[in-house]
Design a protein around this ligand. Sequence first.
Ligand code: AMP
Ligand code: ZN
Length: 493
Amino acid sequence: MTLTLYNTLTRKKEPFRPIDPANVRMYVCGPTVYDYAHIGNARPVIVFDVLFRLLRHLYGPDHVTYARNITDVDDKIIVRAAEGYPQLPLNEAIRKVTTQTERQFHEDIRALGVLTPEDVNKPGEPPVFVEPRATEHIAEMRALIETLVASKHAYVAQHHVLFDVTSMPDYGRLANRSLEEMEAGARVDVAPYKKGPMDFVLWKPSKPGEPAWDSPSGIAAKGRPGWHIECSAMADKWLWDAARPHLSAAGLARPHVFDIHGGGIDLVFPHHENEIAQSRCAHGTPAMANVWMHNGFLQVEGEKMSKSLGNFVTIQELLQEWPGEAIKLAILASQYRQPMNFSDKGLQEARRTLDHWYELTADAGDGAPLCADVLEALEDDLNTPQAMAALHALRSEAAKGSKPAAACLKASARLMGLLQSTAEAWKAWRPAELEIDEKTIEARIAARSAARRAKNFKEADRIREELSAMGIQLKDSKDPATGEIVTTWEVKR
Ligand code: AMP
Ligand code: ZN
């Protein structure tokens, strides 16, 4: 069996043929660090972690390079910093927001049991997992932009640099839409400095107090990069420039092109389409990456989980109630391209499954051969539900007393980044304790009701906020018999 992957660019499953099997290269768009990551944001992190593990297994751990960036300059970050720390100078507030959020992101995903650079990079050897930050690659972005302007793929207008999409004949290929179709559907109110409505920003002027760097040549005022150019610059730096000394002739014959580019399905357009346009036009290549992979949405009652809809649960909140591995397994229970509903039922099932697996493999040794069915399922476009079915079959054998089945279950689950703990540690796991006891909650609710009756709504709201900060959600409803407001509470999910 060879690895096959669904490629958004060709809309088919294709056998995976690395450009240079001695150095397989993958880039995945990472988080914009302005707020806690929600469990939807964890889906790409978990899915591409499984792919990274599989590639390391297939090609060797020293022969796969993974880059996942951190976007630490962005409009959303600036807005959040100004709101959150109005007393601080903007740049200081931004640094606070980005460093705190980045630290939280790392804590969260470590608890989910995905590989981190510290787990896989070896001292004195070229890194196999890099996490570049956008603000540390501004010079590379500026150089790319200057190349695009010099080759007439981009133009300067009113201190902005814009990409001219008409300069690229097959713009829209990833999204599978022609420029005419896009223009017809464009609802964007078109900025006066754009030549065409679909032209996108590579560089823009910074407002006073905002993060600002020297602009590409031709623009005197300082500015900051657009979002798309960040990934084009970081991917090229880490998967071409830094990788170059380690590439074979096959790799060197395809300059600037790498193997796999991933992210959530919402990134296909415009983000990935624009990354492709920038990278291909700057380097004169027929491709940016050969395979484009996109995970489907994690949904709540049929809708995408997102910050803007407010229907999200943060990873941190979930980790109070569930072990990280159960959250990971619940996500892997769906094939990565399918939309998936996230529910407590799924988490409970995942937890029960892991209870059984840990119990049955408690005494199993390490290093057993992998189960061929699990491997085959993963090689079939990461068919994790199928892999889980194979693991369940091993569980049945192990439950009947087969030691080889138990050892195989352990090794195969570990390939997916599961069963990484010990049976004792798994059994000892407990949800986080509430910071507040029930009697105190009831007393605070009574005080709030009294405040409301006295029409002191400010105090009532303050109490609700105070409880909310401690993880307690209040719900008001009308008693149908008396017409009075009844308040109940629950621990926030
Ligand atoms: P953001 O920080 O919003 O740019 O998102 C980071 C990553 O999470 C991107 O790859 C998004 O495509 C992905 N993502 C965001 N929301 C969801 C969701 N509800 N389900 C799956 N992936 C998501
Ligand atoms: Zn990106």
